[in-house]
Design a protein around this ligand. Sequence first.
Ligand code: MN
Length: 504
Amino acid sequence: MVVLLGQRLRFFDTTLRDGEQTPGVSLTPQQKLEIATALSDIGVDVVEVGSAAASVGERDAMKLISEAGLSAEICTFVRALQLDIDAAADFGADSVHLVIPVSDLHIEKKMRKTREQVAQMAWDAVEYAKGRGLIVELSGEDASRADQVFLHEIYSEGVKRGADRLCFCDTVGLLTPEKIVKIIPPLSRIAPLSIHCHDDLGFALANTVAALKAGAGCAHVTVNGLGERAGNTALEELVMALEVLYGYETGIKKVDIYHLSSLVSRLTGVPLPVNKAVVGEMAFTHESGIHAHGVMKEPSTYESIKPEEIGRKRRIVLGKHSGSASVEAALNEMKYSPDAPQLKEILKRIKQLGDEGKRVSDTDLMAVADAVLVIECKPVIKMKQFTAISGSNMIPTASVTLVVNGVEMTGAATGDGPVDAAMQVLRKSVAELADIRLEEYHVDAISGGTDALVEVTVRLSKDGKIITSRGARTDIIMASVEAMIAGMNRLLREEHEDRGKNTR
Ligand code: MN
């Protein structure tokens, strides 16, 4: 194990500033407070909460967060303008991320100024911000394309005027670890230096680690790697890379990583790519037969991180790559005990489903197992009638008539949309029987058109027991209802003490 650094690394999180600049993302002050609190609790050193000068909402968020008494330093983005710095100071920021363009491209084309003018603006702004009692992180925008002699001069004089820290922004993701080895060491000797990377070429994490090794003491990060365009260095990736690959203890509460990631994904509305490192849905999901088998025997065979370390669970899913070991394990968990020939037949049918391009949900597996083991499963719930309506100027409403254990019952519910109303009415209808919760809802359109077959997958729980269920229709509401009813039926069925010949 290589021990990376002698100094303590700091984490400057910009989820609420650069992350919020992800196209389409906009957070309310209350949502920003919720995320800032989670960031502070997980242990980041600095939370950049936005640009105080940008809007009234931004200033409200700044004030709300600065008054929340979080342990993290509360920072805000400012341009080299008194107006911005005043807003930061007036609304309670501890520090400012004072950004000044430093490449000739930005100075000439964007600012239409000279190097001398921009340098003067930066230094005046540093003095002004210090005069207003703020901690100043002087940041060079597009620093990787700047004349490095000029950059050194801006930083050095900035520190003489009072800047506490510096930041090197690789604004469009053009750094490489090789360049960093040359560029970063001299700059990091001027004052404590942060590194701010973008992932346009997928190098953000590698560049950030290289810069920390080269002398930078602080990494700018965002949760889930949000940020302008392809985003910034992901907090969760950097933390786990430093801990696992470099043996460096970050001090971040790793067990809360997944919770934080889910919170940010939910509030920003930016879904996580399923295969995203550390936090993606598939990061700890195994299907392949040999892999799943290995993981069940010894997780480290196919996992570099223990899922529970970051607050996650391992999942074994079934499909055409599944081997008999993972299918048997899944069946045993559902209290089925097939004998060897039965298991072989179940596996064959599961692989057929996979070859047809289907995801195999728990209810699919149970249906196959019931058929092979000849277990009669009378549905607890049958649907007689279902209607959902929505439109302009009305609240989406769903009504349903179910036959539950032979008793007919009719109910209605409203929701945020017709699907939500449908889910609500189904839950309500069985509420007396059991508290069934919808844990997850996921839609895939099988082809691109509006006439596509829609596949809905739901995760339902009852008393801690969780199952997945699937419905496929061209009508998204009916696909949702189908998935929900199939799942509820499986959760409500009587537990068979022995669902096969062998008891193990
Ligand atoms: Mn940026």
